[in-house]
Write a protein that binds this ligand. Structure first.
Ligand code: KIV
Ligand code: ZN
Length: 456
């Protein structure tokens, strides 16, 4: 059966850029937009044209330079904003005007100071005006998840009647829980006349760390567009992270049987480009694209990885564009990992020799945390020449730069490893390379139990 196609709406350049420290100039936005095009996102929200001349110019130049993706410009629900957005989108092959208006009582009372009736009228008029200019119009009732559901249904229905082709349901303050958000999408599908003719979209913020879970719950309830950002950047705690959404669907098609057009192998390069442009580093343990996402330090893990990467990796680094696993040589590393690294450096050892190298390695790793190739080579030379300088006190005159030693793992073909890890899902093999089986490159004549302990 064909899997439903999910539209990936990237808002890195609009909501993402609103996060502290993430502002970009026009050239930087254009460069990132070109990368988003390579990544295969369906919609690029290029900016909020009325907000500044820079935003206007960015939307204009991205519209002029990219032909494939839809280019969206954001506008508040008023004529001036809609006209300015439309002006910026003039060169776009596939323009979209994205109109938003808050609908929750707290926003109506304290921020907009308008009644519900006025809100309804303003939403209808703005969408109608946008539709008179552009066939592709998205409407977002801001703070939808804190809006009284009956009123939300009325506003969404009015926006659809006025011509909206996509209705986006923002969890603006990241307040919703996955089940609740899914139910809200379900209720709208049930109660709103005309909703079956439009695309329902999710837009979830991460204030409680649930943006991705909420977006996926929305998709399960019938949403077919997900708004998200590279590295999860966005207002406050950020937006749903694009790479997590895409890979959750790719690694778990049993739970999320949906397709996206995203080219997995461009995820990591896109993340790196964003971090480089904004100078906002990615947290090391960030899922999918953090520098530790495919790093293994504990001995048991390294041992398992050497025997079969699927023991500790549910997707291949290649499937998300990470060059290869980084196996950090530190004090928790085991002999198997050490032996393989030594072999990659051109040194093979008998078991007893390796024991001695391992003994000194652990002492060294305890002191310097991460052992580089250069340290390992010094240590090997010392052992070979009967020297004790690499032992406990052994750093005399030696420099220990901070970069980690890395090991290359043989790779499995499948990008995912569920209970049927050997079944390769077509959506998961994108960008993956390597071999299906793993050969341990040094001879081992010991029992499995001994080997298991030895690997620790
Ligand atoms: O979070 C939000 O509500 C938004 C809207 C403008 C879609 O970013
Ligand atoms: Zn937002």
């Amino acid at each position: 059966m064909e899997r439903p196609r999910i539209t990936i709406f990237d808002t890195t350049l609009r909501d993402g850029e609103q996060s502290p420290g993430c502002s970009m100039n026009v050239q930087e936005k254009l460069r990132l937009a070109q990368q988003l095009d390579r990544l295969g996102v369906d919609v690029i929200e290029a900016g909020f044209p009325i907000a500044s001349d820079g935003d206007f110019e960015a939307v204009q130049s991205i519209s002029a330079s990219l032909r494939r993706p839809i280019i969206a410009g954001l506008a508040r629900a008023c004529t001036g904003d809609v006209d300015r957005a439309w002006q910026a989108l003039q060169g776009a092959a596939r323009p979209r005007i994205h109109v938003f208006l808050a609908t929750s009582d707290i926003h109506l009372k304290y921020k907009l100071r308008i009644t519900r009736e006025k809100c309804l009228e303003q939403a209808r008029d703005a969408v109608r005006h946008a539709k008179s200019l552009c066939p592709d119009v998205e409407f977002s009732p801001e703070d939808a998840t804190r809006t009284e559901v009956a009123f939300l249904c009325r506003v969404v229905e009015a926006a659809i009647a006025a011509g909206a082709t996509t209705v986006n349901i923002p969890d603006t303050v990241g307040y919703s829980m996955p089940e609740e958000y899914g139910n809200l999408i379900g209720t709208l599908r049930e109660k709103v006349t005309g909703i079956d003719k439009v695309t329902i979209s999710t837009h979830c913020h991460n204030d409680l760390g649930l943006a991705v879970a909420n977006s996926l719950a929305g998709v399960q309830a019938g949403a077919r567009q997900v708004e998200c950002a590279i590295n999860g950047i966005g207002e406050r705690a950020g937006n749903a992270s694009l790479e997590e959404i895409v890979m959750a669907m790719r690694v778990r098609p049993d739970r999320y049987p949906y397709e996206t057009a995203v080219a997995g192998e461009h995820l990591y390069p896109s993340s790196q480009m964003l971090a480089e442009i904004t100078r906002v580093p990615v947290q090391p343990n960030k899922a999918i694209i953090g520098r530790n996402a495919f790093a293994h330090e504990a001995g048991i893990h390294q041992d398992g990885m050497l025997k079969n990467p699927l023991t500790y990796e549910i997707m291949t680094p290649q499937s998300v564009g990470v060059p290869d696993s980084r196996l950090v040589l530190g004090k928790h590393s085991g002999r198997h990992a050490l032996a393989l690294r030594c072999e990659q450096l051109g040194h093979q050892f008998e078991r007893r020799e390796l024991d001695e190298i391992y003994r000194r390695f652990v002492i060294l790793a305890d002191r310097i945390k991460k052992v580089q190739d250069s340290h390992l080579l010094e240590l090997i030379q010392d052992v070979a020449s009967g020297n004790v300088s690499s032992d406990v006190t052994g750093s005399k005159g030696k420099k220990f730069p901070p970069a980690a030693a890395t090991l290359q793992f043989p790779r499995a073909v499948s990008a995912a490893a569920g209970p049927n890890a050997s079944d390769s899902h077509p959506a998961q093999v994108s960008g993956s390379a390597g071999q299906a089986s793993v050969s341990i490159p040094f001879t081992d004549h010991h029992s499995e139990q001994e080997d298991y302990l030895w690997g620790v």
